[in-house]
Design a protein around this ligand. Structure first.
Ligand code: ADP
Ligand code: MG
Length: 625
């Protein structure tokens, strides 16, 4: 026997599970059953694609099932499956370490609130360890399909685990649970049946319970105990039944057993397609975005079945990346059972299903947005950002996505749609406007918005860090142009006929300012977009803004050239008028830099040389006092 220690993260997790996630210990059974179901799925699939596994058929593989065996007197429960099984190495790595980086994130997100936290179990593959909420000793005996040796893993969930050789006549896994005080309530056949029905009724395999059944013997006039084995769950591939036969509870239960999520899903879309292609899809939107949504090693949540037979999960081919938060099932009639991951990548059938599924999901979301705005707001609170990712990756569905995404706005509290903004356009207004940047507050107070406010034109506030990248590619919403207010060409809605005239009058000043600022600016010109501020920075249509460059540098790109910004000044502003009349060149020089630096500050860009800014400010202050 060899004694091993748990990886640090596992010990930490076990501590948490045992000490703070006790609110619903019964989920241990759901977790173990779902592992068995996964193991049966995996083996069944292997027997379809690999010859050497075909030989195993006959050893229980042709009638996959999960068995629960209850010993009430000794307070133990055995859970066995005829699935893929684990060898020594698997036992060590699957039941002694946590491979995914998401786990660290998981640990840091735990709030100490038991109800919330139990919701996180399962999301990061910590499912198995939940058994230690109810057990003081667990023995896992397993034999991997295609191998002769079996191994036994034993642990108290505290100090580590032992591994030793064992016997098992067929491939599969047996988990023997010794209930602790807390878990003793589960050494009860009635309770077990209730839990299986509640959490695992609709998994695809039958679950049998063997226990001592008390029955009234009419002849002997006493209650007799007989050992019986009964199927507990419905074991229907629920998604293949018609909607009318299914209740909301059925859908929610399947969702929970598929995902390990504790909360109900926000909504689900169940579709059966008949015609050239036959398939069923059942998609769920989780109430809370998966914790690994923004991590490189995120898990996908859609399982592929062919004719009710599980084929694979965690495949990034089934839905586009931006829909990685969707959970559920795709079940096709037309794919071959032995389809492999490689084949799937360019499979026409799957591609058609995928395309249709994306359309379906987006159009269902649109319906919800129209008919149940409150529910849709919950969706947007979690998933607005992934939808934006879709804008640059899914060209074909751009219009649909633009309708689904929501924005902050100068005209409304909360979030608005492009359609809302369009409906509020002024009679003469030609384009829709937005401003991008990293800080909502800075954006809302930007001098760039002054004239829009004055003219009562709505501007959308895009303060998400991916907004600038995403929206720089999008120039239209339907027939309407979509324009960034911080790009150099002024929207024609602000056109002021008198600007050229004013610019002429300003010419000498513009030249002085430009020569004072030298290479810091590309151009100094008269603005037609300012009302109250004397100056503003704008960037060229096709150049990244100052804020964007700052971001790119922050991400490690050192060689981003500083394209020279354009300084615009407000011809009608008092300061500018006074400067025009100013003959002292040193004052004009200081003013040039102060106008430039304040415009940068308002864009949220730190000054390269704050000391000179302060010196100039003090000089000017000194003169004015
Ligand atoms: P998850 O199921 O989310 O991966 P678990 O903690 O529930 O996380 O299980 C960890 C791993 O242990 C599984 O991914 C699987 O590889 C292995 N495992 C658990 N139970 C079984 C079983 N009954 N048969 C085969 N492998 C299993
Ligand atoms: Mg699991």
């Amino acid at each position: 026997m060899s004694k091993r220690e748990f990886q640090t993260e596992v010990s930490q997790l076990l501590q948490l599970i045992v000490h703070s996630l006790y609110s619903h210990p019964e989920i241990f059974l759901r977790e173990l059953i779902s592992n068995s179901s996964d193991a049966l799925d995996k083996l069944r699939h292997l027997t379809l694609v690999e010859d050497r596994y075909k030989a195993l058929i006959g050893n229980g593989i042709d009638s996959p099932r999960i068995d629960l065996d209850l010993d009430e007197a000794n307070k133990t429960l055995t859970l066995s499956d005829t699935g893929i099984g684990m060898n020594e190495e698997d036992l060590v790595s699957h039941l002694g370490t946590i491979a995914r980086s998401g786990t660290k994130n998981f640990l840091s997100q735990l709030s100490g609130d038991a109800r919330k936290d139990s919701n996180l179990i399962g999301q990061f593959g910590v499912g198995f360890y939940s058994v230690f909420m109810v057990a003081d000793k667990v023995e896992v005996t397993s034999r991997k399909a295609g191998e002769d040796k079996a191994w036994k893993w034993t642990s108290d969930g505290k100090t580590g685990f032992d591994i030793e050789p064992a016997e098992r006549s067929t491939a599969g896994t047996t988990v023997l649970i010794h209930f602790n005080e807390e878990g003793a309530q589960y050494a009860n056949s009635w309770r077990l049946q209730e839990i299986v029905k509640k959490y695992s009724n609709h998994i695809a395999f039958p679950i049998f319970l063997t226990y001592d059944k008390s029955e009234w013997d009419a002849e002997k006039k006493e209650s007799l105990k007989t050992r019986v084995t009964e199927q507990v769950n419905a074991a229907s591939a629920m998604w293949r039944r018609s909607k009318s036969e299914l209740s909301d509870e059925d859908y929610k239960e399947l969702y929970k057993s598929l995902t390990g999520d504790w909360e109900d899903p926000l909504f689900w879309f169940h579709t059966r397609a008949e015609g050239t292609l036959e398939y069923t899809t059942l998609f769920y939107i989780p109430a809370k975005a998966p914790l690994d949504l923004y991590q490189a090693d995120y898990r996908t949540g859609v399982k592929l079945y062919v004719k009710r037979v599980f084929i694979m999960d965690d495949s990034k081919e089934l839905l586009p990346q931006y829909l990685r938060f969707v959970r559920g099932i795709i079940d096709s009639e037309d794919l071959p059972l032995n389809v492999s991951r490689e084949i799937l990548q360019q499979n026409k059938v799957l591609n058609s299903i995928k395309t249709a599924s994306v359309k379906k999901i987006l159009s269902e979301l649109k319906n919800i947005a129209a008919n149940d705005p409150e529910k849709y707001a919950k969706f947007i609170a979690e998933y607005n950002r992934p939808l934006k990712e879709g804008l640059y990756s899914d060209y074909a569905n751009r219009e649909a996505l633009l309708d689904l995404i929501r924005f902050k706005s100068t005209k409304a509290e909360g979030l608005v749609s492009l359609a809302d903004a369009k409906s509020r356009m002024q009679p003469e207004q030609k384009s829709l406007y937005y401003i991008t940047g990293g800080d909502e507050n800075i954006l809302r107070n930007s001098p760039l918005l002054e004239l829009y406010k004055k003219k009562d034109i709505e501007v959308l506030i895009l303060d998400d860090d991916i907004d600038e990248i995403v929206f720089s590619n999008i120039s239209q919403y339907g027939e309407t142009d979509l324009k960034a207010v911080n790009k150099s060409a002024t929207g024609e809605d602000l056109k002021d006929e008198s600007t050229p005239e004013k610019a002429d009058a300003l010419k000498p000043l513009l030249e002085k300012l430009k020569s004072a600022l030298g290479d810091a600016v590309k151009e100094v010109r008269a603005s037609s977009r300012l009302a109250d501020s004397p100056s503003v920075i704008v960037s060229d249509e096709d150049e990244p803004s100052a804020r964007m460059r700052q971001m790119m540098r922050g991400m490690g790109q050192k060689d981003i050239p500083d394209p020279m910004p354009t300084l615009e000044i407000n011809p009608d502003h008092e300061i500018i008028q006074k400067l025009l009349a100013q003959s002292d060149d040193t004052i004009v020089q200081d003013a040039a830099w102060l106008l430039f630096d304040q415009a940068l500050l308002l864009e949220g860009v730190p000054l390269k040389n704050p000391a000179s800014f302060v010196q100039r400010l003090n000089r000017v202050l000194n003169q004015s006092i």
